[in-house]
Design a protein around this ligand. Structure first.
Ligand code: F6P
Length: 323
């Protein structure tokens, strides 16, 4: 391997830039050449590829988003897309790829690597924290902190007006942001797709709170067809319990922006560096994971489409602390 191509794909996540910087500088440090591929797999097909030097990644560790831009490509998974991507890699002299992204991006990497002889190393870059084999993904901690910051502010107005707020957070099909966001912000409950919560159970919990000392309630709801989202849940509660003054806030793409936290910058730096170590060790088609604070190599087949379990102890803690 002489030249490594690097791309970001799928939804952006804070810390992606820190990862791009770490991969680029570690690669150059180890004697590789680096090429930056713009707009994810789409850029690989469209040949949007430029030489990357250490200065290309200067002054980006603190920036949210991704300087390489990102996209969700419909063309890449087709046979023609794969062929075009491979031809461009050959043309540009790229021998290996580092792909930073979430489940969809690593699924794309896995398919590509199964058809063409291309070593690929994946870095888990998603706010959702839904990749199996890693305790944390790059961007998750920053998103969690953003959620906490927002809920703290909503709490002020919820308390003043004695209202019940349903706050919807991202996570695609996973409840990590909702559950840990609820604990961090002292919410009454988290409605997550992994656990079914009946409206009655929820109302009982809230009612108990109101009856005792609380004059407001905050419930974090994970976006998902399973939970029904904050709007759906609020509708049901309004119908069955008209005594509550219910409001809904959907945090949306706010959660994807912002300067990465120290934790995300450090994780991205460790993982980016580990991606180059992995290539030097002859690894291919693995995702870099962080398990119990140690770097691990997780085969793509394990990392993706494999439901990462929710820590049930956290649910109990949330229940216990919301009395
Ligand atoms: O995977 C990251 C994520 O932010 C999910 O939490 C969310 O469901 C999705 O991306 C939103 O995608 P888009 O930015 O394309 O609307």
């Amino acid at each position: 391997i002489k030249t490594i191509g690097i791309l970001t794909s799928g939804g952006d996540a804070p810390g992606m830039n820190a990862a791009i910087r770490a991969v680029t500088r570690s690669a150059i440090f180890s004697g590789f050449k680096v090429k930056g591929i713009y707009r994810g797999y789409k850029g690989l097909i469209d040949d949007e590829i430029v030489d990357f030097h250490t200065q290309n990644v200067s002054n980006i560790i603190q920036q949210g988003g991704t300087i390489l831009k990102t996209a969700r490509s419909k063309e890449f998974p087709t046979p023609e897309g794969h062929q075009q991507a491979y031809d461009n890699m050959k043309k540009e002299g790229i021998d290996a790829l580092v792909v930073i992204g979430g489940d969809g991006s690593l699924t794309g990497a896995r398919q590509f690597a199964s058809e063409y002889d291309v070593p690929i190393i994946g870095l888990p870059g998603t706010i959702d924290n839904d990749l199996y084999g890693t305790d944390h993904t790059i961007g998750y901690d920053t998103a969690l902190n953003t959620i906490m910051w927002c809920v703290d502010r909503i709490r002020d107005t919820a308390t003043s007006h004695e209202r019940l707020f349903f706050i919807e957070v991202m996570g695609r099909n996973a409840g990590f942001l909702a559950l840990n966001g609820a604990i961090a912000s002292g919410a009454e409950a988290a409605i997550i797709p992994e656990i079914s919560t009946e409206v009655d159970q929820l109302a009982e919990l809230i009612q108990n709170g109101f009856r005792k000392t609380k004059n407001s309630s905050i419930v974090l709801v994970a976006e998902s067809p399973i939970t029904g989202g904050a709007m759906g849940l609020a509708e049901r509660v309004r119908k069955e319990y008209p005594q509550y003054d219910v409001r809904v806030t959907i945090l949306g793409h706010l959660q994807r922006g912002g300067s990465p936290t120290a934790q995300d910058r450090i994780l991205a730096s460790r993982m980016g560096s580990a991606a180059i170590d992995a290539l030097l060790e002859g690894q291919r088609n693995v995702m870099i994971g962080d398990a119990n604070d140690e770097i691990v190599y997780v085969p793509f087949s394990k990392a993706i489409k494999n439901d990462k379990p929710i820590d049930r102890d956290l649910l109990n803690i949330l229940r216990r602390l919301s009395i």
